[in-house]
Design a protein around this ligand. Sequence first.
Ligand code: PEP
Ligand code: MG
Length: 544
Amino acid sequence: MLILKGIPASGGIAIGPLYVYQKKTVTDFAQKSALTPEQEHRRVEDAVAQAKSQLDELYEKTVRDADEAAAQIFDIHKMMLDDLDYVESIAAGIDDGFTAEHAVNETAQEFSAMLLSMDDETMRARSADVQDISHRLLTILSGADSAAHQLQTASVVGAVDLFPSDTMQLEKAKLLAFVTEQGSKASHSAILARTLGIPAVVGIRGLRNALIKNETVIVDGSTGQLIIAPNDETLCQYREKQESYAKERELLNAYKDRPSITRDGVSIEVCANIAYTADAEAAVENGAEGIGLMRSEFLYMDATDFPDEETQFHAYRTVLTKLEGKRVVVRTLDIGADKVPTYLDLPHEENPALGCRAIRLCLQEEDVLRTQLRALLRASAYGKLAIMFPMISKLQELRRAKEILAECRAQLEAEGVTVSEDLEVGMMVEIPAAALLSDLFAPEVDFFSIGTNDLTQYTLATDRLNERVEPLFDYSDEAVLRLIAMTAKSAHDNGIWCGICGESAGDLELLPFYAKVGIDELSVVPNKVLEVRRAITELDVSAL
Ligand code: PEP
Ligand code: MG
């Protein structure tokens, strides 16, 4: 028995035989070309055209098996095939007398190494996409067999890395789970696993040497463990765990349509946090009463340039439509600090968490904010939208953001576009100044949502990303709790609602405190919604 540990990417337990997914690598090609550069250029053009039509097919299949949002990656791949730097690098290789295969391979190595060396996790994850499209081109150029891998029986798929196109080509009904040596939580295969609802563990060091065909394995997607050739005792334990996990989910399912009301009748809404439009499905399936936080920056992180109004409008409309009239809180762009898309050339900052991020950046780059607000306002006609501004520390920032919003609304109405009349406008309370001045902010918004991740970081001067100060990063610190209580009181004194959308919203030990200070809404990852709701129904606030 061998136990390997990786990054938990999608929860649940799977037990089954291992299918070793080996890429049909194309390495056997000449370097120096016997053709003219013009002929090699034409070969690349034909291969790109063929790759695009394969990607169209994959897009359609993914829409059928998962949803449109999950399929978007294949549209991104198509765009990557047109990326000027990528195309020119291949062309330069050919002009130097190399074969199309060699030029594509060299470009792939260079670009993916460059992406892998970046600090940002999302960008590192893009390295796999460059390899994916290049592998597709190489397979086409060399005429290699690109037939899909066939799973004979329900299996756990193990691979050094799985590209999104690999994952989608596998038969969903037989895919129990997947485990990879490379990849991160933000990699598209991990996202697809969450969308498809199968367990996945990624980033398992040394996995390639432990992949044995048909060996029985256990995948615990919640803890990130992979157990290879488990002994009978472990197998038994995990079968029980799997059963109790399934039973627990079944028990929790009973809370799906129940109201989130404490024993003494206090109502606390339980909503879901989402990053991608595809996550809206998981929110609905888990009985969320709405979306408490859509981190819109992921639309920007995954693109090769700022997403235009149309692209954003479609994304917001998809989520609003899926939520069928339940409230969707979309937070405006919160980039900067640890979330910087590559196409954004921001100057170096010594303290990025205290720097030009989120609303500060948007108020400097007003056009970016205007595009997003126009898309949101247009989408507002398709459901119950709430717009939330992040990282507000000053009244002037909130007022300016609201002014811009009003201008965008007036502009759209003049264009004859329908904008919802019930749109709520709120702000994140995640900077201590906002909590301390919450009595001044409250009359100017429809709601507060407390971001306890940043509120804890800034209150305790403790970097949320630095594992060396991790023990000091405490959501239940008295200083943080006082700011929360203060914010909730200001909200209620002014007749507005107050939620929490930081990670601590799902902390069941803090639930009694949150209930006591009158928090109206908790927004958590989709698969925590029912657990939080159950805990609420077991609570008696009057006895606290
Ligand atoms: C927070 O700070 O608590 C929050 C929800 O925002 P993010 O984690 O995206 O910074
Ligand atoms: Mg935050």
